[in-house]
Design a protein around this ligand. Sequence first.
Ligand SMILES: C[S@@+](CC[C@H](N)C(=O)[O-])C[C@H]1O[C@@H](n2cnc3c(N)ncnc32)[C@H](O)[C@@H]1O
Length: 307
Amino acid sequence: MQSPHIPVMLNEVLENLNIKDGGVYVDGTFGNGGYTSAILDNKNTKVISFDRDETVLSRVAEVKEKYGDRFIFFQECFSKILPTLQKNNIGPVDGLVLDIGVSSMQIDTPERGFSFRFDAPLSMAMGQNDLDAREVINNFSETELADIFYKYGEEPRSRAIARRIVSIRGEKPIITTFQLVDVIKNLVGEWQASKVVPRVFQALRIFVNNELGELEGVLLDTENILKSNGRLVVVDFHSLEDRIVKNFIKSKTEPKQSVSRYIPTNIENSEKLSFKNVNKNAIIPSKEEVEENPRAHSAKLRVMEKL
Ligand SMILES: C[S@@+](CC[C@H](N)C(=O)[O-])C[C@H]1O[C@@H](n2cnc3c(N)ncnc32)[C@H](O)[C@@H]1O
């Protein structure tokens, strides 16, 4: 059932990381090790990789076998990169890459409950989680559920869906993906469900894994993770993540706009910028890549360099 994860925009990632011989790089989202191995193959580098999911450990062992001491792995969330590096006296480093989201192995493993295409226990936990989707669906209040669907799925019918879930779970707990899909289908109809179900699943996944909090956490640490001229490369897949990355890069690379034209420009620009933006616009995958790997279709790559 599992398909191997095809690394998204691999050439663009390597090029934008600006890999140097002797450089040390952090891959915050190891997954199937696609980026990690490519960085290790590209030049004589060291790579320190992170992933929260313990199921990657067999792949970690293969990469370790091939590259030995040039590769180190921590099973940790990427918001913990900075404290983990500091604790192990590593860094600052030459580059940090993040490929946000789920891997093909995760989404295609029915038992993980990430996909509405398979009937499975409602879980969606990537690893190192405080809770799973089943607990959220069965224990959270109607208002909390509506907020989750609206905030993380941008679902316009969030309130009605939350109301229906609370009513159904009062009769019988909702414990499988298909039970949840049926609740939504019965409410909005088969045709609308093809749009609503993915939004509700996305919302639950983001919430259960605190995906946006994780992203904000690591971004705030990049200044201390990277050395001068070190680069941050982020590949993201939906607008909520991309907005966070885009605004963060903007805040670190552009002088704040003055509120008044009477404020002298030397004051306006007095805040020292710590990064420069490497590409003005996000880089997107080529048509050929999307044809070969449809999962790349919504990817955006953003990059900035520490001054
Ligand atoms: C899209 S895959 C990465 C694929 C990888 N670039 C490759 O080429 O094989 C994303 C991986 O990041 C991991 N991940 C997602 N959020 C994470 C987080 N907050 N901390 C650590 N790992 C995370 C997931 O478990 C998954 O294995």
